[in-house]
Design a protein. Structure first.
Length: 196
């Protein structure tokens, strides 16, 4: 429980500092809590190694970013364009996860794609012609928040396990089983029994 409270406190402090610096420097960091939470999840979920999770996240993030650019440059701004973009992004991340046999975790790829969409979709719909400037600032602020969340997750791991954390059943014997099971008796061999 201590680990959770420290993680939440660190995330709150980092978020507050980032918002304060963002306001002072007029940086678009309003969604820092969202992206910081995404980074913490990316660091805390243990499926896949840390490098594979981060690289998968970045691949998904960049794929969505590139598709925004393709939509802005080549496709008319209609619902069909959004459908085509979404299907292409999902297909690409699915193929990356599938061909890597999930060494590039599917969930991290999807998380990266969804994070970029969540951070930039509204701005894109309002002004697709500003893709080159707005997408860069939006992506930069989002990746900053994700980095802060990853740092928080790393610091939480340094703390170590909580004293009151549940111990897995695989490492402890069941309550009704003795710690050291008795040695089974050797069956009698009739050939060595005394004969009358």
């Amino acid at each position: 429980m201590k680990k959770i409270f420290i993680g939440g406190l660190l995330l709150a402090v980092f978020t507050a500092i980032a918002l304060w610096i963002g306001a002072a420097l007029q940086l678009p960091l309003g969604g820092i809590l969202f992206s910081g939470g995404v980074g913490a999840v990316l660091g805390l979920v243990k499926q896949g190694g840390p490098i594979a999770r981060i690289v998968s996240f970045l691949i998904g993030f960049v794929v969505s970013w590139v598709l925004f650019g393709v939509q802005a440059a080549l496709l008319p701004q209609v619902v069909l364009s959004q459908i085509i973009g979404a299907v292409i992004v999902i297909a690409i991340v699915t193929m990356v996860a599938g061909f890597s046999r999930n060494k590039m975790p599917f969930w991290a790829l999807l998380l990266g794609s969804a994070t970029m969409v969540g951070a930039y979709q509204t701005q894109f719909e309002n002004a697709p012609q500003n893709f080159l400037t707005q997408s860069v600032t939006s992506a930069g602020g989002t990746l900053l928040g994700v980095s802060l969340g990853l740092i928080v997750a790393f610091l939480m791991e340094l703390i170590g396990p909580d004293e009151d954390a549940p111990v897995s059943a695989a490492t402890t014997p069941a309550a009704n089983e003795p710690a050291n099971p008795p040695t089974p008796a050797v069956p009698n061999d009739p050939s060595i029994l005394p004969t009358a």
